[in-house]
Write a protein that binds this ligand. Structure first.
Ligand code: BGC
Length: 847
């Protein structure tokens, strides 16, 4: 019997994370077990609880935790005569404990970044030491010049007006080597340029400031606390300027300069300290390393190719004469073979270095870049081995491995994975390169199930939802278009519904309802906000909504068009009802029976309005678009037969090509599969012409584009106003591959993959598929291949303790249940497998 994956609040041995009540989860590879958890606090406290197998996905334990305390928990499980034990720990941060430290700042403001420093005078041998810190905009802390921890861009990106994150570092070893503590501050999202269209400078704050406490326990048991206060000193760093969008300038020829340290005014001290909250953000780290290849361009530039569009930073070894200026610029695509970056809008995305004549390894500190290509200027004899690119993203653990027998589909899957990695930089962003990089809620909700197949996203989204909750509290329940809002004032349907959709998806994929408990009030607040706007006269339909963003059926033509052809009021009502239903379902789980009734009644009322306004009496949807038909099927509204026929006709009229945008696309292939039109779904996937997923692959994409037509057929960028090559929304096709081609589906009645349905769908063109999913309940494996057109080979493993309803494709409807076992079978198909149509057979495409 194996016991593994012990987590507290879905994190491995977390230190300093926000937890009012810990949530324990684990995986045990045994059928029926009794589990006991014993929790021992360093303060002598002791708790124990019994669990059933079902609780292994995460159950909140309402115990009082003390600040700055390590708790060790031991899990013992018993399965018949067999016993096993495993141990994990978590450590609390400062929780609500008052701060002794003060916020310190520089007296004179300067673009040049400050370093605050102080030598801590230790009284004896250190047994343990912790640093608790929040530095604004961004900070890096050092002991003896060595950076503490490997997290970057701390304290993270969130709504700084309502909460500030504190990180905890175990510095026991580091402080024994050196007690010279220094803190470098940058501008980041807080003080730098950040916000829609990149026009907000210092939106959250104008002053760089830091608060820190070092708590030391000596070997003799005595303790001491070192704090930031007016006794600290300050000097200027060699970082002349720094900005999330524009990059960084490091100048090693700058004269040394010191400055005066001040305490923030009393009222500001109070305001900021009251906002301090233990950490939610999982660390943003350097992840994969990439070597680069040098390319010459027709314009004679020195450009290197990372071969992968990503968000990242770099290390560059240089040795240039004093005063030389080195410039690196970052771009996503070449145009006519030359370096290009007009699609970044106002973001400069560069790195400038002025040399002091010595050899250095350079790295940026408080910025990141979205790029594949780097243009290099000012290096005399550049050698590619001197430059390493580091992908940079939040430390999510990948859970889904998926490969197929179709090389281009495999590239599409990789492109989607890179779309996710690039846009998981503390916040689920829209894009990592231009002057946005914001937590657009619509994109986040649409991609969330895909992300949940690919990685363990629980802690990542939990932080996003906490930020969302804070924003909603400040906006009367409204969900601003981006989280953090950074000045965004409006909201839109589909986008705002992220507050209901993401926690529900988390529950479905991870099976831990604590996220619903934590977020329930915010879900309700959003629905109530809409109710208010809607009034008695469908006011909600009439406010601005993004609608089926970037769909190809806009009433107004043009390559840069953003609005889709589906009535935005219709989409708004559909999502209003969807959120009301999610609230009702959540209320049922949380035992809030009055709310179940209330929100089901509300959903019924909205449905009445939808049917009256948008459907004919016979149940035909009066909006004749692919997305409207998809939504009718998805939400089971109107006549389903009419909706199926409508979707089929619309696709056929467009030669099997899609026209959907951000709303329709994630559900287009799923609805075709669910409604007996699976062949059309496969054809959409394999289509290599415009518009389609493999069309992008054919044009060399290494991530997923924002628009179906981001690049023209000849590889030219189609427009520059809003055109990113690294947007993940359309990567949601990978959810379809998981759910329908691999066929692995979580079930609402037993979420978290304890019980699933596995219903693969095979395609002659795909040849084979290999999927492995490390679910919170154990690892599922699904493989199929096609020995010939009359046979299917299937190999499925269901983890111990889990149950799968298996529906084999082309098997005359064979259905059976499996638990903790593997089947490996070749069987004859009920009818010969068909090839999907090739694009040439479809004739000319109308768009
Ligand atoms: C973003 C999107 C976002 C949209 C709002 C854009 O600028 O990049 O992905 O959802 O605005 O519709």
């Amino acid at each position: 019997m194996k016991l593994h994956h012990l987590r507290t609040c879905h994190l491995e041995n977390p230190v300093g994370f926000q937890m009012n009540a810990p949530v324990f989860s684990w995986i045990v590879d045994a059928e029926t077990v009794l589990s006991k958890i014993e929790i021992r606090g360093a303060d002598g406290s002791f708790y124990e609880t019994d669990y059933s197998r079902h609780d292994a996905l995460g159950t909140r334990l309402d115990i009082q935790l003390r600040p700055r305390t390590r708790y060790t928990w031991t899990l013992s499980v018993k399965n018949g005569q067999e016993c096993a034990k495993a141990e994990a720990f978590f450590e609390t941060g400062k929780k609500g404990e008052p701060w002794q430290a003060k916020w310190i700042a520089e007296k004179e403001a300067s673009e040049r970044l400050p370093i605050f420093y102080k030598k801590l005078l230790l009284k004896g041998n250190v047994a343990s030491a912790r640093l608790y810190i929040c530095g604004l905009g961004l900070y890096e802390a050092y002991l003896g010049g060595e950076k503490i921890g490997d997290a970057l861009l701390t304290p993270g990106c969130n709504d700084y007006t309502d909460w500030l994150q504190v990180q905890t570092y175990d510095i026991t070893k580091e402080i024994q080597r050196s007690a010279e503590l220094s803190i470098l501050l940058g501008d980041g999202w807080y003080k730098g340029r950040y916000g829609f269209n990149g026009c907000l400078d210092g939106y959250y704050g104008k002053t760089r400031t830091v608060i820190a406490e070092v708590h030391v326990t000596y070997e003799d048991g005595s303790t001491e606390c070192f704090i930031t206060d007016e006794s600290w000193a300050m000097k200027r760093s060699n970082i002349a300027s720094s900005s999330i969008y524009d990059g960084e300038k490091i100048d090693d020829t700058l004269e040394e300069e010191t400055g005066e340290v001040i305490l923030l005014e009393e009222s500001e001290q109070k305001r900021l300290t009251a906002l301090l909250t233990d950490n939610f953000s999982i660390p943003v780290r350097r992840q994969e390393d990439f070597s680069v290849e040098m390319i010459g361009t027709p314009a004679g530039e020195l450009v290197v190719d990372t071969k992968q569009n990503l968000s990242g930073v770099f290390s560059l070894r240089i040795h240039e004469p004093k005063g030389s200026v080195i410039r690196l610029q970052f771009g996503e695509v070449l145009q006519d073979g030359n370096f290009y970056r007009d699609n970044l809008r106002s973001a400069k995305q560069e790195f400038v270095y002025v040399s002091d004549g010595n050899e250095h390894v350079l790295r940026p500190h408080f910025t990141f870049y979205g790029f594949r290509y780097i243009k290099i200027e000012g290096i005399t004899n550049f050698k590619p081995e001197d430059l390493t690119v580091h992908a940079l993203y939040s430390d999510i653990q990948m859970t889904g491995k998926l490969t197929t027998g179709h090389a281009k589909v495999n590239r599409l899957i990789q492109n989607t994975i890179w779309g996710m990695k690039s846009n998981f930089v503390d916040v689920p962003t829209d894009c990592p390169q231009r002057d946005e990089r914001m937590g657009w809620t619509g994109d986040a909700q649409a991609f969330s199930p895909t992300a949940m197949y690919l990685a363990d996203t629980y802690a990542f989204y939990r932080k996003f939802l906490y930020d969302c909750k804070k924003e909603q509290e400040a906006h009367d329940g409204m969900v601003p278009d981006t989280i953090p809002a950074a000045g965004m004032k409006g909201c839109s349907s589909v986008w705002g519904d992220a507050t209901c959709i993401i926690p529900w998806n988390m529950y479905l994929f991870y099976g831990d309802k604590s996220i619903l408990e934590e977020h329930y009030d915010s879900m309700v607040a959003w629905v109530e906000y809409i109710r208010k706007v809607d009034g008695d006269n469908h006011g909600y339909r009439k406010i601005f909504h993004y609608g089926d963003w970037l769909a190809l059926d806009s009433k107004t033509p043009g390559v840069a068009q953003v609005r889709g052809g589906t009535d935005e009021g219709f989409i708004a009502d559909i999502y209003y009802r969807k959120s009301a239903l999610l609230v009702a379902k959540t209320a049922r789980l949380l035992g809030k029976e009055a709310d179940v009734l209330k929100y089901n009644q509300l959903a019924d009322k909205i449905l009445e309005g939808i049917l009256y306004e948008y459907y004919t009496p016979s149940g035909r949807c009066a909006i004749d678009t692919q997305t409207a038909a998809v939504l009718s099927l998805l939400e089971d509204i109107g006549s389903q037969e009419r909706a199926k026929a409508q979707l089929k006709e619309l696709l056929e009229a467009n030669y099997g090509m899609l026209k959907t945008g951000f709303v329709g696309t994630p559900f287009l292939c799923p609805m075709l599969s669910e409604n007996g039109m699976e062949k059309m779904a496969w054809e959409l996937l394999f289509n290599e012409d415009y518009p389609g997923w493999l069309h992008e692959v054919n044009l060399g994409a290494t991530t997923v584009w924002e628009r179906w037509n981001s690049l023209d057929e000849d590889g030219h960028i189609s427009s520059t106003g809003m055109n990113s090559l690294n947007h993940y929304t359309y990567g949601s096709i990978v959810e379809w591959i998981w759910k329908y081609a691999a066929g692995l589906r979580p079930l609402e009645e037993e979420p978290g993959f304890q019980k699933v349905c596995i219903a693969p769908s095979v395609s002659w063109q795909m040849k084979y598929l290999d999927a492995e999913y490390a679910s919170p309940a154990g690892t599922y494996k699904i493989h199929w291949d096609l020995p010939d057109k009359q046979h299917i080979h299937i190999l499925i493993t269901v983890p111990v303790g889990c149950e799968a309803l298996i529906m084999l494709p082309h098997s005359k409807g064979e259905v059976f249940v499996m638990s903790g076992e593997t089947i490996d079978r070749v069987y004859q198909t009920d009818e010969p497998l068909m090839e999907e149509l090739s694009v040439e057979d479809k004739g000319e495409v109308v768009s």
